[in-house]
Design a protein around this ligand. Sequence first.
Ligand SMILES: C[S@@+](CC[C@H](N)C(=O)[O-])C[C@H]1O[C@@H](n2cnc3c(N)ncnc32)[C@H](O)[C@@H]1O
Length: 231
Amino acid sequence: MSKDISQDRSNASSTSEQDETFKWLQGLWANSKTVSGEQEYYERSASEYEQIHQTLQWRAPELCMKAIADYEEKSGVKLDQKGRCLDIGAGTGLSGEALRRAGFTGQVDALEPVEGMFAQAKKKNIYTEWFQEFLDDKKESKIPSATYDLAVSVGVFNDRSAKSSCLTEVMRMIKPGGYLAAILREAHWKGDFEDEIKRLEDERILSLKHVDRSDVYYDNVSSMAFILQKN
Ligand SMILES: C[S@@+](CC[C@H](N)C(=O)[O-])C[C@H]1O[C@@H](n2cnc3c(N)ncnc32)[C@H](O)[C@@H]1O
């Protein structure tokens, strides 16, 4: 969520607390335009991540759960709430908490590369198995194939550290018929994730089931939430 924050802020109406937070973050984000810079940013800000995201009005976890609920209502399909879930880029566990609030009671595992974020998430009684790894488009993770009924990815996909080309690896981890529910900035959807999903649909690897656009990912930044089903 890092690269053009100053553009994101150009139309924002904000409080002075938000402005202070953005000013502080701009300093950190300035160095986070590479994968290692982003990792360092999360490492340095892990203990303040939740406070920062509260100030930013981070609504991504709830918006991702809303996309699941909207899809269920539209299709009449009910996702298996007792099924096994993977939280990709679990961070400090805000997305795992949202899963629990949405009624998912089964085992939830966490994939998260940054030690400091992991340490925060471990304080919460949500996750069972922990994979301290990157989702990588060139290398399979230690997660066995066809393991999950549902994977969620909240605020992780972008054009740098978790690219659209990683979707193939995510599909490997999901059971046939299982789902990925994800949310990302709209800027990364158009001409990138949207195109890769079409390509994977053409290859009959997955089906795009639902898309939800929102203007309030955090602050006034727009997002796309999407639901994929593995074929
Ligand atoms: C904006 S935070 C979102 C955290 C959490 N999902 C939430 O909703 O608050 C993005 C997280 O993705 C992790 N991340 C970044 N690249 C990743 C990758 N390639 N694979 C797995 N996690 C990654 C970061 O370390 C960070 O914890």
